[in-house]
Design a protein around this ligand. Sequence first.
Ligand SMILES: Cc1cc2nc3c(=O)[nH]c(=O)nc-3n(C[C@H](O)[C@H](O)[C@H](O)COP(=O)(O)OP(=O)(O)OC[C@H]3O[C@@H](n4cnc5c(N)ncnc54)[C@H](O)[C@@H]3O)c2cc1C
Length: 439
Amino acid sequence: MAAAARAAECGLRVGIVDDNFSLGGQIWRSGSGKDQNHDKRNHPQPNVDERNDEPNDDNQNREAARWAHRVRISGVTSLCGLRVVHQPDPGVLLAENLDGFCELTYDKLVLATGARERFLPFPGWTLPNLMGAGGLQAMVKCGLPIQGKRVVVAGTGPLLLAVASYLRQHGAEIPVICEQASWKSLAKFGLTLFSWPQKIIQGFQLKRDLAGVSFAANSWPLAAHGQKTLESVTISRAGKNQNIPCDYLACGFHLVPNIELPLLLGCAVDNGCVQVDDLQTTTVPSVFCAGEPTSVGGVELALIEGQVAGLAAAGHASGARKLFGKRQKARRFARLLDRTFRLRSELRSLSLPDTIVCRCEDVSYSRLRQHRSWRAAKLHTRCGMGPCQGRVCGPATQFLFNWNPDSVRPPVFPARVETLAAVTAQSQLQHSEVTGGRS
Ligand SMILES: Cc1cc2nc3c(=O)[nH]c(=O)nc-3n(C[C@H](O)[C@H](O)[C@H](O)COP(=O)(O)OP(=O)(O)OC[C@H]3O[C@@H](n4cnc5c(N)ncnc54)[C@H](O)[C@@H]3O)c2cc1C
């Protein structure tokens, strides 16, 4: 939204494509399930300024409303509920929605594909009602009733606190928040926050929202139990095992940048993040990247990088340069997050031999352990070849075995056969035009 508004304000013709049914990405996307259905059929316009589902998050709502307003008045076209799955030719994207597919052409492209949660496999992690922390929050935002439910929140990263606070505000009981980072790292993190007064204010707000909720550092889930659905979770809490009855386990081990589309377009990646220069340009000319794919740094960094990318795409480099100082500070925060919430090695032994690691293709830890690389595991076990295309098991195997997913192929998301057939038909047509129909 920041990139689009800034570029459009410079006079460019701009469109935003987002596979959510309303603009706003992971934090600001709006409304209940009912509203969203209504939205996707009749109002494919940003509605982040109309939301009221986060009673104690007024600052975020105001910021969201400001950007939604800028997007609207600068004349940006919003294409919501549309997902980019392929780039059949340079400058052409193939996208599909509920009704069909379309091609989008561009001169300049800003990729802002966000991040997803990292899951680590442990016994019972595939039971119903065990969800990603942000995933559960998103489901509650879409209407899942959480009032009176007991939710254990576990994993690592600041998202756990944001989610626990959100769920509590919506009536959930939170028996404990388990954070794998040590008290020592968290204390250092707290002290360093004095360079970011806004974060301290957010921290105090969360502390107030979560008053009375038990917070356990050096703690992580060991196993989830239940017959048909989750009934309880065993956690390791500062070295001791404890069983906690619960209705949901909201579990996420920080975030992983969504780099599949940038990789498909040929953008260079370093250490799991898209490489960009000062103006957010990737290694592919005319393709920019902003937000979580360049480093997981939260909404402030995403907004600054988005603005730099939008201004740079519009050829207004001097405007972009004015934001470099703010961006540098926000990037320092991203590095701090990375250091504080780095995964401890004990988590590598959470999986038992029969623990499923690739849940799309039912591949267990013991089968994967026999292989030396992601590629070999894929060829022999189909790990990473199901609907999620390695989005879940890829980061898990990277942590467990130090494997690197080595290639991305189109389509980057599961796509309908008619969409793929259209690409094939078109490339055949182009081929026959080139060869004069002789092939
Ligand atoms: C599940 C989840 C919940 C989160 N909740 C919070 C929270 O409550 N508070 C907080 O401070 N931070 C939260 N975060 C962190 C948050 O993502 C970032 O701080 C911020 O949203 C980053 O902005 P962004 O623009 O980089 O990415 P995002 O906000 O994630 O926006 C990226 C958008 O691109 C869309 N997209 C991706 N690929 C495609 C494609 N191929 N075609 C079309 N659209 C595509 C995505 O669906 C998404 O709407 C959450 C993260 C996740 C993963």
